[in-house]
Design a protein. Structure first.
Length: 124
C-alpha cells in the first residue's frame, strides 16, 4: 500500500483539520450551504476524534506531524499508515463523505496545502 501525503495538516491533535470541506449534510440543509457544511464538518470531526482517541499511535503520529517539516511529516505519516493499513482504511472511510461534498461544492477559499493533503490521503 502506498500512501501519498503532501501538506500534512490533514488530521491531528484536536481532530480533523479538514474544516471547510463538508460531508453528510443536515436534513433540509443544502450540502453547500454554511449550515450543511458546518454540520457535516462537525460530524466528521467527531467521528475522527473518537477514532483517534481509541488509536493512540495514529493520534500521536498525526499530532506530531503538525509540528514537523512537510517532508518529515509526510514520511512519518506514510510510514505509520503503511504499517497500519487497517487504520488508514478506517480513517479514509470516516473522511470519505468529504469527497462527495468537495466534488459537489468545490474547494474555493480553502488552503491549497489542506486540499492537497486531503486529496492525497483519500487517494492512498
Amino acid at each position: 500500500m502506498r500512501i501519498k501525503l503532501s501538506g500534512i495538516a490533514m488530521l491531528g491533535g484536536a481532530g480533523i483539520v479538514f474544516a471547510g470541506i463538508a460531508a453528510a449534510p443536515v436534513a433540509g440543509a443544502a450540502p453547500c450551504s454554511a449550515s450543511g457544511a458546518t454540520a457535516t464538518i462537525g460530524a466528521v470531526s467527531t467521528a475522527a476524534s473518537q477514532y483517534l482517541a481509541g488509536h493512540p499511535g495514529a493520534d500521536q503520529t498525526l499530532s506530531n506531524a503538525i509540528s514537523q517539516s512537510p517532508d518529515d511529516a509526510r514520511a512519518s505519516v506514510r510510514a505509520y499508515f503503511t504499517s497500519h493499513p487497517d487504520e488508514y482504511v478506517a480513517l479514509k472511510g470516516i473522511t470519505a463523505p468529504l469527497v462527495g461534498l468537495q466534488n459537489e461544492c468545490g474547494t474555493a477559499g480553502l488552503p491549497v496545502n489542506l486540499i492537497d493533503a486531503f486529496n492525497e490521503f483519500q487517494a492512498g
